[in-house]
Ligand binder design. Sequence first.
Ligand code: ZN
Length: 651
Amino acid sequence: MAAGSAVPVPASHLDAARDAEAATVAANAAMAARLPFADTADFESASRGLIAPVPDGLVLAASGTVLWNLGDWSFIDGEAAPATVNPSLWRMARLNRANGLFKVTDRLYQLRGFDLANMTVIEGDSGVILIDPLTTAEAARAALAHYFAHRPKKPVIAVIYTHSHADHFGGVRGVIDEADAKAGKVEVIAPNGFMEAVGGESVLAGLPMIRRAQFQFGALLPRGARGQVDAGLGKAAARGTPGLIAPTRLIVQPVEEHTIDGVHIVFQLAPDTEAPAEMHMFYPAFGVLNMAENACPLLHNFIPLRGSVVRDPRVWSRYIGDAIRLYGDRTEVMIGQHHWPTWGRAAVLDRLEAQRDLYKHIHDQTLRYMNRGWRPAEIAEAIDLPPGLAERWSVRGYYGTVSHNVKAVYQRYLSWYDGNPCNLHPLPPAPAAAKLVQYMGGATAVIARARADFARGEYRWVAQVMKEVVFAEPANEEARSLCADALEQMGYQAESATWRNAFLYGAQELRHGVFQLPPRFMLSGDILAGLSTDVLFDALAIRLDPAKAAGHAFQLNWRFMDRDEEVVLTLRHSTLTHRLAERSDRAAASVTTTRAALDSVILRKISVQDALASGAIKIEGDVAKLGSLFGMLEQPGGLMFDVLTPGAGRR
Ligand SMILES: [Zn+2]
């Protein structure tokens, strides 16, 4: 295999990683003894229908840069897990190595292992329908080329986005042209609320989400038995160029039926489940049910570690139940937009019922304990999957965990606050840590005790207490190193890929510092163009520096010629508010422009001054007010902010 690693961090970081401690070896052995490793049906399903693997295991940029290299995971071979990997996670890491073009049924194919998600291809009468064009144009282009290398080359008639997460739409520009979508030559179909969900989830809090996603996916961890082995949903998220083409048709009814290029598709909306806008599909002619990302062979997240608005497991469970009722008696194969299919009606129903009950069980039992006054961390320890579920591979916590899903349920109903007023107004992390460590007799004394606990295998506690020493004394190398060692053992024991990645990446940042990525603008032009003007003005409002805005009060009228929209923007009390479809008589100035021009200013492709000079932005009234407003907006901060240490300005 040609080519190097697709990970931009030195593999030598693994040299600092320690081996599994005795307690980790014992914990992983206990897990291996408890789970049904004799049941290997998933391995047959994951390889069934393989036509050809990903060519050379590679996705390259046009420049030749390696963006994706399945060879990075070639160390994952053999049934026996290394001592540094949880054996259940090792099993999933092996399964997720299956890759290539797969035939599911006549006229229905899947491309797996080009990215985190799958691209599904349905062969219509005259062309192909693509479902979920991966995260990046490069990944989607490579996947489609691989399909055409083995199947008749036909035009793309339609693209369907199952939901609003970037691994399911971001590569669309690699497979269709926007002009064809606008001209009606290619349909782009999405669930109702798709564009609002894309903007709502990933824009206003987008930057910290990207930073936190580094921990969830381990993107900056070297691959290896002491590093990243998997991401739960697949091997990793693709690198390359993300984009978005807006849907040309939305599915708005709870169930809608359409025939697209001769293929009858029944769409079932499932909003507020794994994504705010999501839908399942049933293809009656093939007997195939596509559950999008709502019934993966694992426990999914009620909140992913990257952060999100809390999902609703009650509704999620109900939509799975609806799919069983609507399509259960006609389904022969279930597919998803991650992982491998399930063949056979009985097996499909069994899997769906387990997923339905999994999400409902965690929801209900968390509330049962909440109603007895239990606190989040206590409930997280108390709840386990019940018999009948616990021993099934398809509900294991490779991505979500019972522990953090319990906390998500608590947050959904009762907030972050556990109700104890002692927790209502504590000191912030750094000053609290300084006091704690001082009370405990100073850093040296704390580290000495923690070393003894480390030797006893009490890694959770060691990480918890070393966090205090690191926050009290961020430069204390002994504390950082012991904290890293404890996190690392927790990573080696974690069944969840996202937990493993978070623990190991935390250890890496403590040992080697924060990896400095080259600066880049976090918001893609496509996502910005796709934002409603309503959300766009909120995206500007969250950048207002209140000190710079203090004492200013004015209104600006905006008219966007390309969208036929009007907005009144009001600055008062160091706060920006806006009203759509209104115009003020008392505005200091009236701006006439296009959304395209404003987007260019926000993306810093042109300055306000240049836009004014070129006439891209026209102002009547007090011309200085626009520049004054932009002068009050903070530029987005750097991505690689401190996570494991207090961070400047936050002591
Ligand atoms: Zn996904």
